[in-house]
Design a protein around this ligand. Structure first.
Ligand code: AMP
Length: 391
């Protein structure tokens, strides 16, 4: 794949449209004002914005926020983001009343200025990838930069459609980092390469298992997903979460992947799911019990594989990690990944929370900002937003 980076472009005096991911979580405070509860996504796009400003560009920022269903909705306005961004950048950020139209055109930023467009999804044409809408967005700028990896799996006007109408298009610094690490992990990883996959459902991750199965040396399975595989092997799983309609598929994946796929050999089980519920460790799950985490022998076996790895790719928790102590398996593996010294790539909100809870975030090589997008990338699916940059 070849695409330009923002670092390849001459930005001096240019108006740069940066598609960012400012889809931040918001909450209404007691005065009825929307407040940002995490500014992580705003911070993640700062390097690209600062780069453009330092290189003499006027910057137009555009994002979606929530699901306003094609209509303006004050509760999903990007206004609170403009305020927070202004604090983080230490320079004024102008808020546009819309994302297209004469009022927006009148606000086009001069070099060194920043304009944040209003929520792209206030127009139904954004998600429909309408060419006329895409043209209007494109007309605002000289250069297009996509830094919204988290939206790259969507072919929307701002992520895909407008690229054919702009004079130049490139990847932002965040996008570039995502593509570099995820690309390396899936095409040319340092070996041994180990993938850890967990979470609730096999069905969400079938293509990831299949695609990574071709590349990695070992695939460690945990979370509820493991029970579908164990049942496919004819082992008892009690009342654990299972996808019965995926048993046949699990059987074929087991056959396809052979010895590469590792499954838990012991389990933490409970009679009912609740934080702190009475639990025990078993090798064979009794009929009335529910598996909620991988057991200590599994932690040991998986940790040994991880210790020998040169590359680790991780997506999804090993148990119901939101309800301690059933976070033990996930946290133990987070520590094992950190201690391995391997190039480590972590995706998905839950795995990110786990590395934070384990206090090892700084030891992880790359934490992906795009849950859905990183899963599609790992599944080998071409992301439309990235493919458009390649054209
Ligand atoms: P996913 O979004 O597919 O990565 O799944 C994450 C969810 O899987 C988390 O909310 C976990 O609580 C859940 N999960 C992991 N292990 C289990 C389990 N053994 N039983 C039920 N849910 C689980």
């Amino acid at each position: 794949m070849s695409y330009l980076s923002i670092r390849d472009l001459d930005l001096k005096g240019k108006r740069v449209f940066i598609r960012v991911d400012f889809n931040v979580p918001l909450q209404k405070n007691e005065k009825g004002i929307m407040e940002i509860t995490s500014d992580k996504r705003i911070k993640a796009s700062l390097p690209t914005i600062q780069y453009a400003l330092e290189h003499g560009a006027g910057v137009i920022l555009a994002s979606h926020l929530g699901r306003p269903k094609g209509k303006p909705n004050p509760e999903m306005s990007l206004q609170p983001v403009a305020a927070r961004l202004q604090e983080l950048l230490g320079r004024p950020v102008k808020m546009a009343p819309d994302c297209i139209g004469p009022e927006v055109e009148a606000l086009k930023p001069a070099p060194g200025e920043v304009l944040l467009l209003e929520n792209l999804r206030f127009h139904p044409e954004e998600e429909k990838n309408d060419p006329e809408f895409a043209k209007k967005l494109a007309a605002l700028c000289d250069v297009y930069v996509n830094d919204a990896f988290g939206s790259a799996h969507r072919a929307h006007a701002s992520t895909e459609g407008m690229i054919q109408f702009v004079p130049k298009a490139a990847a932002g610094l965040l996008m570039e980092a995502e593509l570099k690490y995820l690309g390396m992990a899936t095409t040319n990883p340092a070996r041994p390469c180990v993938a850890i996959l967990g979470g609730a459902k096999v069905s969400d991750k079938i293509e990831v298992i299949r695609n990574l199965g071709k590349v990695v040396d070992k695939l460690l399975i945990g979370g509820a997903m493991a029970y579908t595989f164990l049942k496919a092997q004819g082992l008892p799983i009690g009342k654990s979460l299972v996808e019965d309609e995926k048993i046949e598929l699990a059987k074929s994946l087991l056959a396809e992947l052979g010895g590469k796929l590792m499954l838990p050999v012991d389990h933490v089980v409970v009679s009912e799911i609740a934080a702190g519920a009475a639990n025990e460790v078993v090798a064979t799950i009794p009929d009335a019990k529910i598996g909620v985490d991988i057991g200590p022998k599994t932690i040991d076996a998986y940790s040994k594989v991880i210790a020998g790895a040169k590359t680790v790719i991780w997506n999804g928790p090993m148990g119901i990690f939101e309800k301690p102590p059933f976070d033990a398996g996930t946290v133990a593996l987070a520590k094992a990944v950190a201690a391995s010294g391997a190039v480590s790539i972590v995706g998905g909100g839950d795995s990110e929370k786990a590395i934070k809870a384990a206090g090892v975030t700084s030891k992880i090589t790359h934490v992906s900002t795009g849950g859905g997008a990183s899963l599609e990338f790992l599944a080998g699916i071409k992301l439309p937003g990235v493919a458009a940059l390649n054209r």
